[in-house]
Design a protein. Structure first.
Length: 328
């Protein structure tokens, strides 16, 4: 009961955070103009964005599929894709990315993967995805520093990169925790993920392949935003978005809101404002991106509903059989 209550409080805090951040973002712009811009995006552009984000989900599924194989828990690419779609649906429409990851673990265990292996793979997938984002930002850092002239913004970018790299380095040290800490389950899980990460990192080709997939995932975000900008007749270029969008996505990963809502809109307005894009356009682009991601994840919701219905039917049949047995 206590863990459930703690989870409920965390989710409520994140929901409140999203509401507060969205209110703050919209309170500083012409809201009517932002919604007018949102409604003016052609349906063909919206469909293209959904297609790009769906492609992103498939690329993420390939990454999960490979990580499962490296963790000696191979499944078909179809099952890996199923787990990613379900995770996306929950992370975008219900609670946070942690809830989405829990559903991914559930789908993998339903496919026969041992719970520890499923949990380690999903956590490592998060780390690899984060690493790809850090790599992309680091590569673009020189261009980013040219575009961003404000000292405070430059310092925040540098600190973010340092913290990100430090966090990734810490992943490789967790398996050295003393036995006194390994008595705790969370420390044992973290140590298992660390050990798996070390094992994979020793193979340069595998590491490059996984990081490459993660970078592709981030680039598809940029492509989606570029298409939306094109639909709004914004003159912003693809290279500018390639430099500015990844830091926005990094901030959106902060666990202080629901699926990044609120954080992403504020960060997008601040980042694109550096190159002359109006706050109204930036917020409209961010909202359109979020809504398209929800639509792209809908197949995961259908999968979840079908799985629940199938499970319910099986339980009902089992219950009916037991009753018939007792009647006999």
């Amino acid at each position: 009961m206590i863990p459930d209550m703690r989870r409920l409080l965390i989710d409520a805090a994140r929901l409140a955070g999203s509401v507060a951040l969205i209110w703050f973002a919209f309170s500083r712009i012409d809201t009517a103009r932002a919604f007018e811009l949102l409604g003016s995006i052609p349906l063909g552009i919206v469909a293209s964005v959904i297609a790009v984000l769906t492609l992103q989900i498939f690329v993420a599924a390939i990454r999960v599929h490979r990580l499962l194989a490296l963790n000696r828990s191979p499944v078909s690419l179809l099952l890996a894709t199923d787990s990613v779609f379900v995770g996306i649906f929950f992370s975008q429409t219900l609670i946070s990315f942690i809830g989405g990851d829990a559903m991914r673990v559930w789908r993998l265990t339903a496919a026969g993967i041992r719970l520890p292996d499923a949990l380690n793979t999903v956590l490592l997938d998060r780390i690899v995805g984060f690493a790809g984002l850090i790599v992309l930002i680091a590569i673009e850092a020189p261009l980013l520093l040219v575009m961003v002239s404000a000292p405070a913004m430059t310092a925040s970018i540098a600190v973010t990169l340092i913290l990100g790299i430090g966090g990734l380095a810490a992943v490789f040290m967790v398996d050295r925790l003393p036995d006194s800490l390994l008595r705790w389950r969370v420390c044992r899980v973290a140590a298992g993920v660390s050990s798996l990460a070390k094992s994979i990192s020793r193979n340069g080709i595998e590491l490059a392949y996984l990081l490459g997939l993660s970078v592709v995932v981030q680039v598809t975000n940029v492509v989606a935003i570029y298409l939306i900008a094109h639909g709004l007749h914004s003159p912003i270029g693809f290279l500018e978005l390639l430099v500015l969008v990844p830091p926005v996505m990094l901030l959106a990963m902060l666990p202080i809101s629901v699926a990044g809502w609120g954080v992403r809109e504020g960060a997008m307005a601040a980042a694109l404002g550096l190159i002359g894009v109006s706050a109204e356009q930036s917020v409209a682009m961010s909202v359109c991106f979020g809504l398209c991601f929800i639509v792209a994840g809908l197949p995961g919701g259908i999968t979840w509903l079908v799985a629940r219905k199938t499970k319910g039917n099986k339980l009902g049949q089992a219950g009916g059989g037991e009753k018939a047995g007792r009647a006999e």
